[in-house]
Design a protein around this ligand. Structure first.
Ligand code: G3H
Ligand code: 13P
Ligand code: ZN
Length: 336
């Protein structure tokens, strides 16, 4: 039996994007794979009164179990409502989104199990095949009021199971045709961001006085040109972790071996929200802070073996990070 997201208390992304566009901020799309991550996302977004997109990759869906996942989405909504009541806060809108869907069947299965938003990523396909696949997904999703994100241009790095060696920026001259022919609700673009904790090679960066890599600027000229082509259309930025050195250093001081880590500076993300960027995807920063907290915990207390002892502090670190993003980077705080 198919489950509708509407019966789970979730919402699609239409209203949240409209408000974000008007208010010049971006809605956070945070990936999760387990209970502590989803708890941290919900608590941080409720406390900062931010709308949120809970994001699930196909890998996460396999890891967490697709049936459990719909219940986790519903559980997140119910938990948010209980905490909102207890704390006298307004309820926040929550969307459950498939990140980097790669087949029609996967997208359909997510819609049928309660997702309210779908990304179909045909960006690695030849243009016409991307159009065809995206259109098919849109036709299915729109019957159920599920919103769809498409992608044009390829990000460097690892896109779920798709590996792109080099980034190919989105071609502004293609966006009008793509949006018209597919009927997508939002568009992910490539302007220099990429997935993971090594977004740029050291030789692409300069170094500041503390020896921290400073990456090249994102291609705001391409973003501006895209905006000119499709005014008022919702734009999505993937690969937008900032890879904070504080987390990387804690990891490396506690037995880790991360090398040449570099992310997207926060000022550049703030600048992107002043364009039509309404959704910003962040996964790696959560992975880094969680790993940092757990590594530090085991170094400080090697005798602990109760998962609550080390996952609890990891959850606290995540809550702090998500609050910081909403308040100081994306500007989504206080917008419900
Ligand atoms: O864009 C990719 C996301 O960070 C998800 O990564 O496929 O390892 O779950 P994953
Ligand atoms: P990061 O790897 O920069 O966190 O990007 C995540 C992402 O784009 C998920 O779709
Ligand atoms: Zn992505």
């Amino acid at each position: 039996m198919a489950v509708s997201y509407k019966n789970l208390g979730l919402v699609n992304t239409n209203e949240m994007f409209k408000k974000a566009m008007e208010g010049k901020y971006a809605v956070p799309a945070y990936n999760f794979n387990n209970m502590e991550q989803i708890q941290a996302i919900i608590l941080a977004c409720l406390e900062t009164q931010s709308p949120v997109i809970l994001q699930v990759s196909s890998g996460a869906r396999k890891y967490a179990d697709q049936t459990l996942l719909s219940y986790m989405g519903q559980g997140a909504v119910e938990m948010m409502k209980t905490h909102a009541k207890e704390k006298g806060l307004k309820e926040i809108p929550i969307a459950l989104h498939l990140d980097h869907g790669d087949t029609f069947e996967l997208c359909k299965s997510c819609v049928d199990t309660g997702f309210s938003s779908i990304m179909i990523d045909g960006s690695h396909l030849p243009y016409d095949e991307n159009v065809e696949l995206t259109k098919k997904v849109v036709e299915y999703c729109h019957q159920f009021d599920v919103t769809v994100e498409g992608e044009l241009g390829v990000l460097a790095g690892i896109e779920d199971e798709v590996v792109a060696e080099k980034s190919t920026y989105t071609k502004p001259e293609e966006v009008v045709d793509f949006v018209k022919r597919t009927g997508v609700d939002s568009l992910a673009i490539s302007i220099g961001t990429s997935h993971g904790a090594n977004k740029f090679k050291p030789e692409q960066c300069t170094k500041n006085a503390e020896g921290v890599y400073i990456p090249p600027e994102l291609r705001f000229d391409i973003l501006a040109e895209i905006e000119k082509q499709i005014p008022g259309f919702f734009i999505v930025l993937h690969g937008s972790s900032s890879v904070p050195m504080e987390a990387v250093n804690i990891i490396n001081e506690n037995g880790g071996a991360l090398k040449d880590s570099v992310g997207i500076p926060e000022e550049q993300l703030r600048k992107a929200t002043q364009y039509n960027v309404c959704k910003v995807n962040i996964d790696s920063d959560g992975r880094l802070w969680m790993t940092a907290a757990i590594r530090k915990h085991f170094n400080d207390k090697p005798g602990d073996f109760d998962p609550r002892k080390y996952l609890g502090p990891a959850r606290v670190a995540l809550i702090e990070m998500y609050k910081h993003k909403n308040e100081n980077v994306l500007g989504s705080a206080g917008n419900v």
